[in-house]
Design a binder for this molecule. Structure first.
Ligand code: ZN
Length: 210
């Protein structure tokens, strides 16, 4: 039996411009808002309510300031999704873990210094995670910027190589949208918005064999 999973990220309040394929589970890897306004969360939640997927899982990204500043309020507003912040949920036998943190970059939300502070967050990922969702990419997968620099988190790569989730979903580096693989894990940068913030990258759909 397989489940159809639909992955998107970095919609930045432009979700209405995307054609969202049907599926069983919808996953969003953060940056649902433009600049972290509560009103954007309300609107995004209403949009989720119109989609047919049985389960919807969302994490926050560096633009989603309100989830860092008003966590309880934002969780309450997101009635049409399961919000994961350094926690997991098991859906139809698939263990999904979500975390919003990324390497520090100009005082955005959910920023931590590279090294020990991020390592401590990745140490929380359960070893039996099937799908890992983070906002930022690991080093070397979906992390090459327009300046041709790879900016992913080395400690996150180390964690993924050790824990071997079947899928690692993220966004953040819009221009690195696409899929890569290593021996154990498929890496998906599902950024819906491009570098210029046009929502033209289609959601990435995959079948998950149970
Ligand atoms: Zn973004």
């Amino acid at each position: 039996m397989t489940l159809t999973i639909v992955a998107l990220s970095d919609t930045h309040s432009l979700h209405g411009q995307l054609a969202i394929p049907d599926g069983d589970i919808l996953l969003h890897a953060g940056d649902i808002t433009r600049q972290g306004d509560i009103a954007d969360v309300v609107e995004f939640n209403a949009f989720l309510g119109t989609l047919p997927h049985r389960h919807k899982v969302v994490i926050a990204g560096n633009h989603d300031f309100c989830f860092e500043r008003l966590p309880n309020r934002c969780r309450q507003l997101l009635t049409n999704a399961i919000y994961l912040e350094d926690e997991s949920v098991t859906l139809e036998g698939i263990k999904i873990y979500g975390s919003p943190w990324q390497p520090w970059f100009h005082d955005w939300a959910f920023n931590l210094a590279r090294g020990e502070p991020l390592r401590r967050k990745w140490a929380l990922i359960p070893p039996d995670t099937d799908i890992l969702i983070t906002h930022g990419p690991p080093l070397g997968h979906g992390d090459r910027t327009t300046l041709n620099e790879v900016v992913g988190c080395a400690d996150l790569l180390e964690a993924v190589q050790r824990l071997r989730p079947r899928y690692h979903l993220f966004g953040h580096i819009h221009e690195a949208y696409g899929v890569t693989r290593n021996e154990h894990t498929t890496f998906i940068n599902a950024s819906s918005c491009t570098f210029k913030y046009t929502a033209t990258n289609p959601p990435i759909v995959f079948d998950y064999g149970l």
